[in-house]
Design a protein around this ligand. Structure first.
Ligand code: CDP
Length: 222
């Protein structure tokens, strides 16, 4: 069974997807981490972010891997090109550049292919922007999470502060809006809810309420 959780930046996808995976005892797949890893590698190699051919070759030649401890639902690390980039992919410089990399159709094709292989013959809670629309269109459960821009900026500012990056609320909100506009208006697999996805506005809800709702749907679909 595939549980697809899509939504804009800082809509609560990661927290919710991880909790659902733990509750159901199935693996969590963070596809955003894969786009972030390729963006990190491009930045590290000073690849021009407008060069779709080089970016595609980079994504094709450097599969992203996740390490899971025995029986664990959540990966402990993300690796690309022999490097552990678990912390680096959350840096603000990656936030600022990942959407440009994720807009390249060849990069998307390479990562979608890797995502389908990672989910072969196993249940998975996959989170991203195009899981229910492109990667796993026949997922048994599809949820599209949203939250108000203010609430999303508040959540992301706290995440960043916990990682040692102090950024003001207004600036965080502007950066999120910029990335969402980029992700929603790109030609290749834009961020949008699948026609058959349940849209859940998490603004006034606790994590537990959202998780309960998704687990209930998953159990009904089993
Ligand atoms: O955690 P947050 O919502 O900020 O972002 P993320 O899920 O880590 O994704 C980072 C970026 O990767 C997004 O802004 C998209 O540009 C891209 N992405 C995508 O295009 N397709 C996906 N399935 C997942 C992420």
């Amino acid at each position: 069974m595939i549980i697809a959780i899509d939504g804009p930046a800082a809509s609560g996808k990661s927290t919710v997807a991880k909790a659902v995976a733990r509750r159901l005892g199935v693996r969590h797949l963070d596809t955003g981490a894969m786009y972030r890893a390729v963006a990190w590698l491009a930045l590290e190699g000073e690849v021009p972010l407008g060069d779709a051919v080089v970016l595609t070759a980079l994504a094709e030649a450097n599969p992203v891997t996740f390490e899971y401890e025995e029986g664990e639902a959540i990966a402990t690390s993300v690796r690309i090109a022999g490097r552990d980039v678990t912390a680096e992919i959350r840096y603000p410089v990656v936030d600022a550049n990942v959407s440009a990399v994720a807009a390249v159709p060849g990069v998307r094709a390479a990562l979608v292919c890797q995502q389908r292989i990672l989910a072969e013959a196993r249940d998975m809670v996959a989170e991203g922007r195009d899981i229910g629309t492109v990667v796993f269109p026949s997922a048994e459960v599809k949820v599209f999470l949203t939250a108000s821009p203010e609430e999303r900026a508040r959540r992301r500012r706290i995440d960043l502060a916990n990682q040692g990056h102090e950024v003001g609320q207004d600036e965080v909100q502007q950066r999120l809006e910029k990335r969402d506009t980029h992700d929603s208006t790109r030609e290749a697999s834009p961020l949008e809810a699948a026609a058959d996805a349940e849209i859940l506005d998490t603004t006034g809800l606790s994590v537990e309420q959202v998780v309960d709702e998704i687990v209930r749907r998953a159990e009904a679909a089993r």
